[in-house]
Design a protein around this ligand. Sequence first.
Ligand code: ZN
Length: 326
Amino acid sequence: MNTSNIIGQSPLIASMERILASGRIVHAYLFTGPAGAGKKTMSSLFAQALLCTNIEDKPCYTCRTCRQFASGNHPDVFWVRRQEDKTAIVVDQIRDLQAAIKVKTYQAGKRICFIENAHLLTQQAQNALLKTLEEPPPDTLFLLLAENTSALLPTILSRCQVFRIGSLSGEDIIEILSSRLSVKKEDAAVIAALSQGNPGKALALAEDETFQSCRKILIEGLSQAGSVRILDLYGVFADNRDRVEDLFNILQLWIRDLLIFKETGKWKLIINLDQTALLRMQVSHFTSAALKDMIEKVEESRTMLKRNSNYQITIENMLLSFQGGA
Ligand SMILES: [Zn+2]
């Protein structure tokens, strides 16, 4: 398989290669992983490797079918997606697909039906799909993409071979950021750590100016730890309530760096390398014990919010608990 466009995912690629080499292709594959993990990238790679007319090193990205696939104009490739005004994929969409694949394939080779966000299929839509999975038309393959399997009927799951999309290593994420968006290495390392191995999230964070400015305000604001002025930071939390997890992650990663630098003095262990001056300045402001308490307090607040504690009180208590002035 030609994987020159793919970074990481080697175990998954190895199992796809085994399947392609054996020629034992089943009718349905399910790609699962969180949003941004690479389900579409990996399922498209698999589909293109099946469709490509090149003799080896598929997909070649240059033959007619590869170009048709890339432009979204391959007559034997179908995409079922949630419609913008709906919250689920409804049965009519599956019926439309079933009608469309009754005819013979247009080109020699396989027909591929992608079902994006398959976890959003209604029960009725799943039951309709099940009939087709049980008796699929010739040369037809279903690629289901789902963030989780819990919403899918066991009877659907049992018809699918599952590909799990794992997290990428920090190095892979840094490579993706520097090759796709030319992000500087020290910035990429911070984003990689905050993306937790999710390439889609890393790419989104790198281009997200709000996120960058939140990070700057939060880490600079920690210089006010131990003073009530630290409550000014609540503004960032109030304005970005929908992404409070990212804010907690920013804080934890920064406090971790302060602690590691305080205990070891080694820059090579530090992730926030774009902020060395600030880190050097703040490290004398805290004791190691205070930094450890702060990491715990952030984690505790994260848990409390999940249990629906009052947002403002939880955040303000966390900020006030940060003890500076060592
Ligand atoms: Zn090709």
